[in-house]
Design a protein around this ligand. Structure first.
Ligand code: ATP
Ligand code: MG
Length: 218
C-alpha cells in the first residue's frame, strides 16, 4: 500500500527569505514529517499596500539559495508564474488538481493566520489543506483562539513530543506549533540592508551575498 505524500507549503513575500522562515518550516517539518516542503514566493500579495521591493525573479532566486542544502525542500514558482494577485485559495486548488493523491499542509506564522478571516474564499480555503500555525513574537495562540472562535474545535496543539497525535488528527485540522523561532522580519532585514548593516545571523550567508551582489535593498 502506498501512502499519500505529505507536502508542506510555506507561502510568503520572501522579500527576502530569512532565518525566521526557515525555522518556522523546520518546526512544522519536525512536528508533522513532510515528504517535501515547497517555499512559494507570492507574485502580488493581496494584503499589502506596497509591491514587494525586490522583483519576483530575485525573490525566487534567494528562496532557492536558502533551501538548496535541505533535502526535500524546494522553491516553487507557482504563484510567480501564475501572475496577478496571489490567493492561497487558488494555489491550493491548483496543487490539489496537480497532485490529487497528496496531502497538503499550509504553514503560516501566527501573525498571518490571525488575519485569515479576510483571505479570499474564507472559510472554504480551510477545507483544501491542513493549516499549520507557527508561533511568532507579537501574536499569541490565545489571541488567535479569541479572534477565530469558530475554528477552535479544529485546532490541535502540536510539537515534536506530541508528534504521533498530530499525525493522526482528522482532515482538515489547524495545527498550532509553539516553536521558538528567531524574531526576524523581512522589514527589518530590508532596513538593515539599506543602512549597510551586516545581515549575518538574520539570513543565510548565500542570501546575504546575493543581496550585496545585486544591491537589492540599497
Ligand atoms: P515582512 O516584514 O515584509 O512582512 P515577514 O518577515 O513577515 O516579512 P513574510 O514573507 O511576510 O515575512 O512571511 C511569510 C510567512 O512566514 C508568514 O506566514 C509569516 O507569518 C511567517 N513568518 C515570517 N517570519 C517568521 C518568524 N520569525 N517566525 C515564524 N513565522 C514567520
Ligand atoms: Mg509579514
Amino acid at each position: 500500500m502506498t501512502t499519500a505524500s505529505r507536502i508542506g507549503l510555506l507561502g510568503g513575500t520572501f522579500d527576502p527569505i530569512h532565518l525566521g522562515h526557515l525555522a518556522a518550516a523546520r518546526a512544522a517539518d519536525e512536528a508533522l514529517g513532510f515528504d517535501r516542503l515547497l517555499f512559494i514566493p507570492s507574485n502580488a500579495p493581496p494584503h499589502r499596500p506596497d509591491s514587494p521591493r525586490a522583483s519576483g525573479y530575485h525573490r525566487l532566486r534567494m528562496t532557492a539559495l536558502a533551501v538548496a542544502d535541505a533535502p526535500g525542500w524546494a522553491a516553487s514558482d507557482l504563484e510567480l508564474a501564475r501572475g496577478g494577485a496571489s490567493y492561497t485559495f487558488d494555489t491550493l486548488t491548483a496543487l490539489r488538481e496537480r497532485e490529487p493523491a497528496s496531502q497538503f499542509f499550509f504553514i503560516t506564522g501566527a501573525d498571518a493566520f490571525a488575519e485569515i478571516g479576510s483571505w479570499r474564499r474564507y472559510p472554504d480555503l480551510l477545507a483544501l489543506a491542513h493549516f499549520v500555525v507557527i508561533a511568532r513574537t507579537g501574536t499569541s495562540f490565545d489571541r488567535i483562539r479569541g479572534r477565530l472562535p469558530e475554528l477552535a474545535s479544529r485546532m490541535v496543539a502540536c510539537d515534536a513530543s506530541s508528534s504521533s497525535a498530530c499525525r493522526t488528527a482528522p482532515f482538515p485540522s489547524i495545527f498550532l506549533i509553539n516553536a521558538d523561532t528567531p524574531d526576524v522580519s523581512s522589514t527589518d532585514v530590508r532596513r538593515r540592508a539599506a543602512a549597510g548593516i551586516s545581515l549575518a545571523g538574520l539570513v543565510p550567508d548565500a542570501v546575504a551575498g546575493y543581496i550585496t551582489e545585486h544591491r537589492l535593498y540599497a
